[in-house]
Design a protein around this ligand. Structure first.
Ligand SMILES: Cc1cc2nc3c(=O)[nH]c(=O)nc-3n(C[C@H](O)[C@H](O)[C@H](O)COP(=O)(O)OP(=O)(O)OC[C@H]3O[C@@H](n4cnc5c(N)ncnc54)[C@H](O)[C@@H]3O)c2cc1C
Length: 505
């Protein structure tokens, strides 16, 4: 435990900030979390529409073991706080002419592949074997901090070099295993979890699909937002204070050292260190006094690559739907659709989308006989020339119509009781996401590891960064890691002992 209570302000109660807060509070720091919204969770918050409950963003929990470890480091057992369901099949992939059920049962998966692509099932074994090795080499590199140049020259990073598939993209790597485009797509669409195109995403992210098949995809009863709720409760049990409806207007500096925050309304909170969880791009544009930033000043930020955005539909339906928990519907011309999104050409009419019918697994999310359906359509971020005010209504109708056609549901319009839409502009304006890029800074090799915003922020002293726009990256497990790494860096700085081993440089 800390001898003198060091005071930490965490800006934002998203998954990254909450992870750091609950761990730091457990280690004896005096933690205050300030959150501008009236609920914790950020993009992972719960969304209520009448009697229907939705997750705003994350619906796939992968690498649950990282979450378990983070709770353990905050003195809690995640299994006591949350009810997890491993999904099998993990999801259904719906192409124009066939569907594939992604299952962790590898023999069953091979049979599925053989059924649609006879002879190609051997690719499954090659994929699992090689990606396992890649993952085992990559994981330690993603779990450490890169606060010093020296951290780049570690044994782990040298060992991973042969596994980087340099010069190759995720799609090429998967095509190498499977030969067929649609099979390669089935194991490479996961690049979209990073908000990237499989034709542009670095080849080493081929391991994303392996992570699903090896460790599974989980649902949490009540929705994945429950994770944030329970993290906040654990932080408070550990002594943290959480102030909702409290917006930070500016980080207070003495020279280049962060010394506190000024809230909207003028109140100042002084602290020893800041943990910044607000969306990275937005925080750089809004929260740091002008003229301070060098590497991430507005003109430089504008040149960085950012992820795609998402068009969201949350539908409360007065009918039980016979649909799996997760279905991904691919555009008839998937490559063209992906190019529309990432080459900023505008909205695709032939669009891919993902539908989550969580009520298939979890009856707590809607009244009996009803369904809470979440539809996510990947679209360009706000660098794309789309007039959302003019397009939203028509695009919404198109998506609902195509979903009903592809799923054979007939006309569901009369059954929609509650509805909410989020466009990229809502992500920017309501959720404060830079450029509406919901998955943050793109995961290009030039924006990874040492070249991604570091957990001990290189531009300001006593300021630590967590969340999807920072190292190691933008999915929940990596965001939890960012919170844990920041907590460990802070603990080490203040001489507070801790046991987790991810600080080896
Ligand atoms: C639609 C969607 C689907 C996703 N699906 C998945 C998935 O299935 N699996 C997965 O692993 N990941 C998924 N992600 C990615 C990622 O897990 C989530 O976006 C995650 O919530 C990001 O966490 P974070 O900590 O980076 O930030 P956020 O969740 O954005 O939290 C940041 C917090 O900071 C607050 N804040 C901002 N500015 C201020 C300020 N000035 N003062 C005070 N508070 C402030 C915000 O209100 C917010 O609460 C998805 C993301 C989206 C958007």
């Amino acid at each position: 435990m800390a001898q003198a209570k060091r005071r930490i302000v965490v800006v934002g109660a998203g998954p990254g900030g909450l992870t750091a807060a609950m761990i730091l509070a457990h280690r004896g720091f005096a933690v205050t979390v300030v959150e501008r919204k009236s609920r914790v969770g950020g993009r992972n918050a719960r969304l209520d529409l009448g009697p229907y409950k939705f997750d705003t963003g994350p619906t796939f929990l992968m690498m649950k073991q990282i979450l378990d470890q983070c709770f353990a480091e905050a003195g809690a057992d995640s299994g006591q706080l949350l009810e997890f369901t491993r999904l099998d099949p993990m999801y259904r992939l719906q192409f124009a002419k066939f569907a594939l059920h992604a299952t962790q049962d590898i023999e069953r998966l091979k049979s599925e592949v053989a059924c649609h692509f006879p002879g190609r099932e051997a690719g499954v074994g090659r994929f699992m074997n090689y990606e396992k090795r890649r993952f085992e080499h990559m994981l330690p590199c993603l779990q450490k901090h890169y606060s010093t140049l020296g951290s780049l020259f570690s044994r782990n990073l040298l060992a991973v070099l042969p596994y980087l598939s340099l010069g190759r993209k995720v799609f090429d790597v998967l095509k190498g295993y499977f030969g067929e485009d649609e099979l390669a797509i089935s194991f490479s669409f996961q690049s979209k979890y990073l908000g990237m195109s499989p034709w542009e995403c670095p080849g080493y992210f081929a391991m994303l699909a392996y992570i699903e098949y090896a460790f599974g995809v989980y649902h949490v009863t009540g929705g994945l937002s429950e994770i944030s709720e329970k993290m906040a409760e654990q932080a408070v049990r550990n002594g943290a204070e959480i102030r909702l409806d409290t917006e930070v207007e500016q980080i207070l500096l003495q020279g280049r050292r962060a010394v506190g925050v000024r809230l909207l309304g003028g109140e100042e909170i002084k602290c020893d260190d800041i943990v910044l969880n607000a969306d990275f791009g937005d925080a750089m544009s809004r929260l740091i006094p002008p003229g301070v930033l060098r590497k991430y000043r507005p003109e430089k930020l504008a040149k960085k690559r950012f992820s795609c955005s998402t068009f969201m539909l949350y539908l409360g339906i007065d009918k039980e739907l016979d649909l799996p928990h997760h279905t991904i519907y691919f555009a008839d011309d998937y490559r063209r659709n992906v190019e529309d999104i990432f080459s900023h050409r505008g909205l695709s009419r032939d669009t891919s989308f993902y539908v989550r019918n969580a009520t298939a697994t979890d009856r707590s999310l809607a009244p009996a006989g009803h369904s809470a359906v979440y539809i996510l359509v990947p679209v360009g971020n706000l660098r794309s020339p789309v007039d959302w005010a003019g397009e939203t209504a028509g695009f919404r109708d198109l998506v609902v119509r195509r979903w009903c056609e592809k799923a054979g549901l007939g006309d569901l319009e009369p059954h929609i009781r509650e509805e909410k839409i989020l466009t990229p502009e809502d992500w920017r304006d309501d959720y404060r996401v830079y450029c509406g890029a919901t998955f943050n800074l793109a995961h290009t090799t030039r924006q990874m590891v040492y070249l991604r915003p570091r957990n001990r922020f290189e531009e300001l002293r006593r300021c630590y960064l967590v969340g999807g726009g920072t190292h190691p990256g933008s999915g929940l497990p990596t965001i939890y890691e960012s919170g844990r790494i920041a907590a460990n860096l802070l603990s080490r700085f203040h001489g507070v002992p801790f046991t987790s081993g991810n600080l080896n440089c």
